[in-house]
Design a binder for this molecule. Structure first.
Ligand SMILES: *Cc1c(COP(=O)(O)O)cnc(C)c1O
Length: 338
């Protein structure tokens, strides 16, 4: 096997095995190991027509002691449960979820990048309605799969500020819709605005609250945070996906002696922020240099050039330090797989 760990991107690649579990006749079966990257299902499966699907994303890291670390995957299991309740998928029990993740990581151990490369093994749990229905109703059969692939840092340029644009043309989620659930439908709804942002040279789109277009919601695939007066501020809204990275950063900020505020953030407040960033599993923190609100002809600037803000950098280093086992895990976030 010959992988150029240092130049890995964030793209699809094949590994040896994936782990599957089927829900039939009202119950979950045993975990099954597969070496195929294909699935077969009825063409009327509810995931295909009615978006009955949920996914998760987490990473396995190799420490300098060579041991494999998983970060807060009990939280991913809980979140998938909430997504399931939200769109009527069969709930995957915590033990099946965690067991499948552990198995998929262990079986593909040779694909976990060495410590020090900045790369990791991305773990993608997926839950889909496979039962055939033609009327709009939940499936009676489901498939839960966990597959993995080695990935480099999300942004190849490394920990450097990017520019993003506010989108007023589209919303990714309705005020009482499914924005707080990790479901594919939200991503389908975000494709046009994220593609438009890319086309115009921005890293991603920033959504405002769908009702009043007054407050900041989140980026396409990542939460939003800001730093001001030694305070970590992140939006509170029903249509934001509760990010495990954001939750962890709030804890770290508190631990660093900062104040933490979770509240609606009006767009005009951007004027006063010292640092802003996006956060999520893929990139941990993406510092933001500039936010362009072209509909009202405004640009908010935060940092100049390639130097991220000091606090964002500190938070980033702490969190990846814990994930890779270089910094003591005093919060009990890490599970070592032996
Ligand atoms: C997954 C996701 C995030 C990031 O969540 P993490 O748990 O930190 O990876 C943020 N926003 C959306 C819309 C997401 O789907």
């Amino acid at each position: 096997m010959n992988i150029d760990w240092k130049n890995l991107g964030f793209g699809i690649s094949e590994t040896d095995y994936n782990v599957r579990c089927y829900y039939r006749d009202g119950k979950w079966g045993e975990l099954e190991i597969s070496s195929s990257n294909q699935i077969t299902m009825h063409m009327a499966a509810t995931c295909l027509h009615y978006g009955q699907e949920s996914f998760e994303g987490l990473k396995a890291y190799r420490g300098s002691d060579n041991r494999i670390r998983l970060f807060r995957y009990d939280e991913n299991a809980k979140r998938m449960k909430r997504s399931s309740q939200g769109i009527l998928l069969a709930e995957v029990p915590q033990s099946i979820f965690q067991g499948a993740v552990e198995k998929a990581v262990k079986l593909n151990e040779r694909f976990i990048p060495p410590h020090g490369t900045g790369a990791s093994l991305y773990v993608r749990p997926l839950l889909i309605g496979t039962g055939a229905e033609v009327g709009v109703k939940p499936a009676k059969e489901f498939l839960f799969i966990v597959f993995v692939m080695p990935v480099g840092p999300y942004f190849k340029a490394g920990f450097k500020p990017v520019d993003i644009m506010i989108t007023r043309e589209h919303d990714r989620a309705a005020p009482k819709g499914t924005g707080h659930l990790k479901v594919g439908g939200n991503y389908a709804a975000s494709m046009t605005s994220v593609a438009k942002a890319h086309k115009e040279g921005y890293a991603t789109a920033l959504y405002l609250d769908a009702k009043e277009k007054k407050y900041i919601d989140e980026c396409g695939p990542a939460n939003f945070f800001a730093i001001k007066n030694n305070t970590y501020i992140t939006p509170e809204s029903h249509s934001i996906l509760p990010s495990i990275t954001n939750m962890s950063l709030m804890k770290l900020a508190e631990d660093m002696g900062m104040k933490v505020e979770r509240r609606p953030i009006a767009v005009e407040e951007l004027e006063d922020f010292e640092e802003v960033g996006a956060c999520g599993t893929a990139a941990v923190i993406t510092p933001i240099g500039k936010i362009v609100d072209s509909d009202v002809g405004k640009t908010y600037k935060f940092v100049e050039g390639d130097t991220p803000g000091k606090i964002s950098k500190k938070l980033y280093e702490r969190l990846i330090g814990i994930q890779y086992g270089d910094i003591e895990d005093k919060f009990g976030w890490i599970t070592i797989l032996d």
